[in-house]
Ligand binder design. Structure first.
Ligand SMILES: [Cu+2]
Length: 69
């Protein structure tokens, strides 16, 4: 189990939170996904054997957000 916090500067409101949490939670291997709106971050808990960070980043980007690395 791995926990990563990603910076997503375009997060601004509840819609962003719902979109990003929804898209990342759908990935198998992701056990928790929490968007912090004021901090503009997404904290993901996932099983590295099941899902890679690149897939998680892609899921966020597919929602129209850029992930700052
Ligand atoms: Cu928003």
């Amino acid at each position: 189990m791995e926990i990563q916090t990603l910076s997503v500067p375009d997060i601004s409101c509840d819609h962003c939170k719902v979109s990003i949490e929804g898209a990342t939670s759908e990935l198998s291997g992701v056990t928790d996904s929490v968007v912090d709106i004021p901090e503009k971050t997404v904290t993901i808990t996932y099983e590295t054997a099941q899902v890679g960070l690149d897939e998680i980043v892609s899921a966020i980007e597919d929602q129209g957000y850029e992930v700052a690395q």
